[in-house]
Design a protein around this ligand. Structure first.
Ligand SMILES: [Mn+2]
Length: 330
């Protein structure tokens, strides 16, 4: 495969320092993309640093060189900074100093950072975009470590090939990464079979908050700050909890509300099942994301925030039903 991809030509030319960074509250896709590019550029002898604002979530601890990730902000101006898995540099949650910022991502829309941006919203993960870039740059440099980081992001962002962003292309990328040394059983075991007892206790408390609305089509779960304190857990331990709400048979849209430290801000995850476009709902509340997985932050009283959300989701579901009836008539 010989193709000219602008970002490759740009990075080939770079002889000064390169920063790779991802969004705050990072996930395996952001971290996997960052590590893969970092290792690849290191092999090429580039002066490269990876950094983010927060600690890595526990589930990512098996990823190669995860301990080499530095903390943002870094009080140094880099020649170029590569933003991965985020729609804008603002998503870093802190300042990033660089002469130029380039975005590698799969989120819909977002901000244009540079003419070298490579954003593909049809890609299931940023690691899928990254695989494309690195394969076209030099396939032979992709080793077991790089493949492991890329595969971990691919399976987490596709829910282990279950979400509707999973296509034949996704399996082709997975096949390539497994051939390059990614071990599916090991990676899945690391990601999904290492629950801590206190996280299961947090899950038990969270599941007890389950509420259903609008003929059981909307499910809401809440993580109150007390739950985190009582079980000695952190916000990042709630990763995947929203899927329990989503798994209810009749549910079309699932919501997870996490109470932040100030007690009045709610970090909200919204998940769909391929019907309702939850990105449009998140946008109404100043957030964004994908059709099936979006999020936003809202400040306010718990009951008020929840009822506004439920109302907006109910409206989307009703509109969808109206559209379906119209289509049947046509
Ligand atoms: Mn992603």
């Amino acid at each position: 495969m010989e193709m000219s991809i602008p970002i490759i030509e740009r990075l080939k030319r770079e002889e000064k320092d390169i920063l790779i960074f991802t969004h705050e509250n990072p996930d395996c896709d952001g971290i996997g993309s960052m590590i893969a590019l970092y290792l690849f550029l290191k092999k090429l002898g580039k002066n490269v640093t990876m950094a983010m604002k927060d600690d890595f979530p526990f589930v990512c601890d098996f990823m190669p060189e995860v301990n080499e990730i530095k903390k943002l902000p870094i009080n140094h101006k880099f020649s170029v900074a590569i933003l991965v898995d985020a729609s804008s540099k603002k998503r870093a949650g802190t300042e990033v100093y660089a002469d130029e910022i380039i975005r590698i991502d799969h989120h819909i829309g977002g901000e244009f950072e540079s003419i070298y941006d490579i954003v593909d919203d049809f890609s299931p993960s940023t690691t899928a975009v990254m695989t494309y870039v690195l394969r076209n740059w030099d396939e032979d440099l992709i080793d077991e470590k790089i493949a492991t980081a890329l595969y971990a992001g691919l399976i987490t962002d596709t829910g282990s090939f279950r979400y509707n962003n999973t296509t034949d292309k996704t399996f082709e990328i997975a096949e390539f990464l497994v051939k390059k040394g990614a071990n599916p059983h090991h990676i899945s075991r690391m990601l999904y079979e290492r629950n801590k007892l206190n996280v299961l206790k947090l899950l038990t408390k969270t599941l007890s908050t389950l509420e259903l609305y609008h003929n059981d089509q909307i499910a809401v779960l809440t993580v109150f700050r007390d739950f985190l304190n009582e079980t000695n857990t952190k916000e990042e331990d709630t990763e995947g909890f929203v899927n329990f709400a989503r798994s209810v048979d009749t549910v079309k849209v699932a919501v997870l509300m996490i109470q932040r430290e100030d007690l009045k801000t709610w970090r909200i995850s919204i998940r769909g099942k391929g019907e309702v476009d939850v990105q449009k709902i998140a946008r109404k509340f100043g957030g964004g994301g994908h059709k099936d997985a979006s999020g936003c932050r809202v400040v306010g009283n718990y009951e008020d925030v929840k009822s506004k959300l439920v109302e907006a989701i109910a409206e989307s579901i009703d509109n969808l039903e109206k559209m379906q009836v119209l289509q049947e008539i046509v």
